[in-house]
Design a protein around this ligand. Structure first.
Ligand code: DAT
Ligand code: MG
Length: 141
């Protein structure tokens, strides 16, 4: 089942020069890029993107962090790539993320800043469809 998923290299990843490393891992896995753009998010875009987390204690710091610099937004395509990219990314908490994963190898907990975990990947087909519409309305559908 070929799927599309929304992947973001978050501002920490772009700042640290890890965009290429994330893309390398995606391509090495056999997935392809259907869209790729360096972009500075807005509060409105992030409110839509992170709607499920609104009201949680980490929501405001997360949004501020996501506004702190450009993100590399991409649509990744491939067989079961939604689950597949989540496996490549590793656990949300970079300290707990397994070695071999993007977060496990490259991210660390910068003092309770779990949000600085380098990448985002959609967590379900419904999320992927919703998020691709938010970030890449021109190729959604
Ligand atoms: P994921 O990015 O693995 O899908 P999520 O959707 O639960 O994780 O949360 C979105 C982001 O919010 C996550 O990448 C980092 C941040 N976050 C989640 N839980 C957090 C927490 N307990 N403290 C601080 N930031 C958190
Ligand atoms: Mg999530």
């Amino acid at each position: 089942m070929t799927q599309r998923t929304l992947v973001l290299v978050k501002p920490d990843g772009v700042r640290r020069g890890l965009t290429g490393e994330v893309i390398r891992r995606i391509e090495a896995k056999g997935y392809t890029l259907a869209a790729l753009e360096l972009r500075t998010a807005t509060r409105e875009l992030l409110a839509a993107h992170y709607a499920e987390h609104e009201g949680k204690p980490f929501y405001e710091p997360l949004v501020e962090f996501m506004l702190s610099g450009p993100v590399a937004a991409m649509v990744v395509e491939g067989e079961r790539c939604i689950e597949g990219f989540r496996a490549l990314a590793g656990a949300t908490d970079p300290t707990a993320a397994a070695p071999g994963t993007i977060r496990g190898d490259l991210a660390r907990d910068w003092g309770l800043k779990v949000q600085q975990n380098l990448v985002h990947g959609s967590d379900s087909p419904e999320s992927a469809e919703r998020e691709i519409k938010i970030w890449f309305s021109e190729i959604a559908g």
